[in-house]
Design a protein around this ligand. Structure first.
Ligand SMILES: *Cc1c(COP(=O)(O)O)cnc(C)c1O
Length: 426
């Protein structure tokens, strides 16, 4: 694709193109940050207004029964389950990803302590999303465990010895978009007696996931990225049916009790994944999340996740090709940090540059091209991150975004002082 007209032709031939109309996208914005906050579905505003004004305002507390509020975490959980290869009743919506990391890590360590006593190591990776690492540090300290971090490029199998209880990885890396082979890594872990926790934040709704086929043990993920649930949308948690009923999760609460309205003094966990709910569900947020999940399910008649994946790969491949074939990949000094092999790449492209990553992203945002900047730490480089959401990203969006980047560099516009003011959220 060397001209904008060719990108337009790809859009005209794209069977998924009508799905863009499910979203309320601002004009003149090229939104390449759906991996951080998914766009607003057209149905969400009316649905949230109905939950607030009718279900809450008019029907008041009766809505727990009449509007099915009490079943919401399981009902929306079942929809998400279908996107990640989990069975009905195996996944619930609850809390934030950070809180769910805590719940599943503690549950996994309890199982490991029973089945393989003496294993005192949790393995994750240095490049993992910090909240996962912070929670793991806290859990490791609580259990007197050691947290061992894989370096970029290191094979988990080399670190999984008889000391290791749990391997916790993010399926698609938030920085690079690099994707683990979930089935292969899980099989290696199991051969060595290690349980697996998979973070699906950058996977669900973006790439095909099959937790059941992979034989995974636990998974968590968030609702506001590719699931389009809105800012601060509730997250979700899954445990393999082999493990869900072993032990309590640590935040045992009344909504995870077998009979919350018996008001018994003693805790008796609900069967299955139900015990991973702690307190009262966030009804308004979960209603908005359902609208977001429904946009992904709307792709079913068009080929579902497989079709979304095919388009996502074509979009990220186009982005990478346009960068490497232009001065951006040469004298402008950008390198592509995301894997070029399709099987290893999620739904984003990230670039690195020796200097100016933050200011370049700000200059693009000023032109209406919204990506984001992620600071390097611990020897990792600063990155410019561009997510594609095949539900609404067009081939011309990719072409135009790269053209804007060429202009931002060609004119030297990114050096303007106004683009170097650090904001609270990057
Ligand atoms: C986005 C993201 C989170 C976010 O966690 P919150 O509790 O929702 O803030 C956690 N882990 C990963 C890998 C993420 O990408």
């Amino acid at each position: 694709v060397t001209t904008r007209a060719e990108a337009e032709r790809l859009d005209a031939a794209d069977p998924l193109a009508p799905l863009r109309d499910l979203f309320d996208l601002p004009d003149r914005t090229i939104y390449l940050d759906g991996n951080s906050l998914g766009a607003l579905p057209r149905t969400t505003a009316a649905r949230v207004a109905d939950v607030v004004t009718r279900e809450w305002g008019r029907d008041l507390i009766g809505s727990w029964n009449t509007a099915g509020w009490i079943d919401l975490p399981r009902r929306v959980g079942d929809k998400i389950a279908g996107l990640v290869g989990a069975g009905p009743g195996e996944l619930v919506v609850a809390d934030s990803t950070s809180v769910n990391v805590y719940k599943v890590l503690k549950a996994a360590l309890a199982v490991a302590a029973a089945d393989a006593p003496g294993r005192r190591v949790v393995v994750s990776e240095r490049a993992n999303f910090p909240t996962d690492l912070y929670v793991a540090q806290s859990v490791a300290a609580e259990h007197g465990c050691e947290l061992v971090l894989l370096e970029p490029g290191e094979d988990p199998a080399d670190r999984l010895d008889e000391e290791v209880a749990v391997l916790m990885l993010t399926h698609v890396n938030y920085r690079t978009g690099r994707m683990w082979d979930m089935a292969a890594v899980t099989a290696q872990a199991h051969e060595r007696g290690v349980l697996t926790v998979w973070d699906l934040c950058h996977s669900a709704g973006a790439v095909p996931v099959d937790l059941t086929a992979a034989g995974a043990d636990y998974a968590i993920g968030c609702g506001y990225k590719f699931l389009n649930g809105g800012p601060g949308a509730p997250a979700y948690v899954w445990a393999s049916p082999r493990l869900a009923e072993r032990f309590w999760q640590p935040l045992a609460g009344w909504m995870g009790h077998a009979a919350p309205f018996a008001f018994a003094t003693g805790y008796e966990p609900a069967p299955g994944i139900g015990r991973f709910v702690s307190g009262t569900p966030a009804v308004i947020g979960t209603a908005a999340l359902e609208c977001g999940v429904d946009t992904v399910l709307a792709a079913e008649p068009y080929g579902g996740m497989a079709a979304l994946r095919e388009k996502s790969l074509a979009l990220t491949r186009l982005f990478a090709d346009l960068v490497s074939e232009s001065p951006l990949g040469g004298p402008d000094g950008f390198a592509i940090e995301s894997p070029l092999a399709d099987a290893e790449r999620g739904s984003q492209v990230c670039l690195t540059r020796a200097e100016g990553a933050y200011a370049i992203v700000q200059a693009l945002i000023a032109r209406g091209v919204v990506g984001d900047f992620r600071a390097g730490q611990d020897g990792l480089p600063d990155i410019l991150r561009f997510g594609v959401t095949p539900l609404y990203t067009r081939f011309v969006d990719v072409w135009d975004a790269v053209e804007h980047l060429r202009q931002v560099m060609g004119t030297g516009e990114w050096r303007e002082a106004r683009f170097d003011q650090r904001l609270a959220v990057t």
